[in-house]
Design a protein around this ligand. Structure first.
Ligand code: FES
Ligand code: MG
Length: 577
């Protein structure tokens, strides 16, 4: 045994499977009930496969097959693959919002990786919060890790046309409310939208994170775009199994790849793909685990000036299958060229420069060259001002250009229930120039920061043909959503942020070009309102909700829990018997 308790080969799995005593008997014997012969415990790398298959998570229903493909690769490379389950977050199914459980899942992932005798891990995730949860957990342990995402669903189809997950739901439901679509048509679209296993096939949060992961070097090429059911995704999963064994044998760590450069490339790639606003929270949280200093200003400095190159919904027209057939992320990396740090070396062992050199752009309509972007300066923009002292964000590529600089009268909703109760009231005092303000939807307030920031417009304005208005909240919005929507206002209203002080009729000024969100109410008046402000009554006093509310950080810091920042490493803990 080595002094570090890891045993002969230096692998941490040897502390369990390499022991020639009672403890070694216990660790091996019970595993042999799965039919493993003696020699699989000969010191080969043990690879954990973090499984998030769940029938409550439709985006992950093909993960049993993908896990089998990873296992083939691990065996081939001389490793021992062992699959383990964790929590799985089905974005469209779990209440009150999957975001409430991202940090909980990250704890499950972290402690499973550390507690079990594995030397490396393959992370099978995909649906929005699962990828960040897995990377947060893995970063806090810091074994070698490779991401194998579930991949997007096949393009949605309705009446001979492509329809996009989420994006067209928002569109169709507004058409129904405006009287332009029947319920029968709505139901037919519902059946045609989600036709195969996989994640939303728009550039929602799942695709955003899978593509960012690829640009960060945390997966093999085409992880971001290969459809979930494409045979080549299984081949990629197989090769990821081969590669993780090689990384373990080489003594690599996740932190070798998850560097500041990786985050910078991720932020830049997010701008070029028109990525989800949720990526801001997730990269900040992952960086917090990895001990990398990253903040909102980095998003502004690194991404805001970059152009939108990928023509995908919700910012554009096409869907993930189209992006893949056009050349996927390698083609985009090639087009971005030196806008990325091409010397970054990822889990494949190759630099982005080498990957780009072999890539081709097969459709410049979908992946634009750098000099013919869909939109200039399209990265996520950070806003500050007296309404958001610690920042807010807006996604210009999904907004109406004419609303990006706008002054308007606030129409305030104190909760999502208040909003639902009044938004379609014919007597609601609202016109198209107003700014819809929603309070009480931040990390603590909801709790969990739900995706309600892209509030649907008042029916009476929809009927007049209005399709966008400025909206401001401490909530998030779905990565598949669009509109001139100011999100993640920090501090949130329920902890007494200035958003809580907005009243009907106040004037709000948005200037996305200058990075400003200002409440045009004088400081003395705001101070008086703050004095009179009463914190909302606490509704949860036990369990996860209670721990979450007590310890969650604000959106500008990634909404992780205070005590989860940083890492505890991969040290082998005490024996169990
Ligand atoms: Fe799972 Fe969109 S709901 S990725
Ligand atoms: Mg979502």
């Amino acid at each position: 045994m080595h002094k570090d308790g890891k045993g002969d080969s230096g692998l941490r799995s040897r502390a369990s499977y390499g022991k020639q005593d009672k403890d070694g008997f216990i660790h091996r014997s019970w595993m042999k009930n799965q039919g493993f012969p003696d020699h699989v415990f000969d010191g080969r790398p043990v690879i954990g496969i973090c499984q998030t298959f769940s029938e409550f998570n439709p985006c992950h229903t093909h993960f049993r097959e993908l896990a089998d493909a990873v296992k083939r690769g691990v065996w081939e490379a001389g490793g021992l693959p062992l699959e383990f389950p964790t929590m799985s977050l089905g974005e469209t199914q779990i209440r009150p919002t999957a975001m409430l459980f991202r940090n909980l899942m990250s704890m499950d992932v972290e402690e499973s990786i550390r507690g079990y005798a594995m030397d490396g891990v393959v992370l099978l995730g995909g649906c929005d919060k699962n990828t960040p949860a897995q990377l947060m957990g893995a970063a806090s342990v810091d074994l070698p890790a490779i991401v194998v995402s579930s991949g997007p669903m096949l393009n949605g189809k309705y009446r001979g046309k492509d329809i996009g997950s989420g994006t067209d739901v928002w569109r169709f439901s507004e058409d129904v409310r405006a009287g332009e679509m029947t319920m029968a048509e709505f139901t037919a679209a519902e059946a045609g939208m989600s036709r195969s296993p996989g994640t939303c096939m728009t550039m929602g949060t799942a695709s955003t994170m899978a593509c960012i992961v690829e640009a960060m070097g945390l997966s093999l090429s085409y992880n971001g775009t290969l459809p979930g059911v494409d045979a080549r995704r299984k081949a990629m999963a197989h090769m990821s199994g081969v590669r993780i064994v090689e990384l373990v044998k080489a003594g690599a760590k996740l932190s070798d790849i998850l560097t500041r450069t990786a985050f910078e490339n991720g932020i830049r790639a997010c701008a070029a793909i028109g990525g989800s606003t949720n990526a801001v929270l997730h990269l900040l949280a992952i960086a917090g685990r990895a001990g990398i200093s990253l903040d909102l200003d980095d998003w502004q400095a690194l991404g805001a000036d970059l152009p939108l190159l990928v023509d995908l919904m919700p910012a554009g027209r096409y869907l993930m299958e189209d992006f893949h057939y056009a050349g996927g992320m390698p083609a985009l990396i090639r087009e971005l060229g030196d806008a990325l740090d091409l010397d970054h070396v990822g889990v494949s062992g190759r630099s982005l420069r080498e990957i780009a050199a072999e890539a081709a752009n097969y459709n410049q309509e979908i992946i634009r060259p750098l000099d013919q972007p869909l939109r200039e300066k399209a990265g996520l923009t950070v806003l500050r001002g007296n309404l958001a002292p610690r920042g807010a964000i807006i996604k210009p590529s999904a907004a109406s250009p004419e609303l990006l600089v706008h002054r308007g009268r606030a129409v305030v909703f104190t909760s999502i229930e208040d909003y639902h109760a009044r938004i379609d009231d014919p007597d609601l005092d609202v016109d198209p120039d107003c700014i819809l303000v929603l309070q009480g939807c931040g990390p603590c307030g909801y709790p969990g920061m739900p995706e309600v920031g892209n509030m649907a417009l008042p029916r009476k304005l929809l009927e007049r043909g209005v399709r966008d208005m400025v909206r401001v909240s401490d909530a998030r919005m779905s990565g598949t959503a669009f509109g001139t929507v100011v999100l993640h206002v920090s501090p949130e209203s329920s902890v007494g942020g200035p958003l809580a002080l907005v009243r009907n009729g106040d004037i709000i000024r948005l200037d996305a070009q200058a990075g400003i969100i200002e409440l045009e109410v004088d400081a003395a008046e705001l101070a008086a309102r703050k004095e009179a402000w009463i914190a909302p009554e606490r509704t949860y006093d036990r369990g996860w909700y209670s721990l979450y509310i007590d310890t969650v950080m604000q959106a500008d810091e990634g909404a992780d829990l205070t005590f989860l920042r940083g890492r505890s490493g991969s040290v082998v803990t005490r024996e169990s018997h």
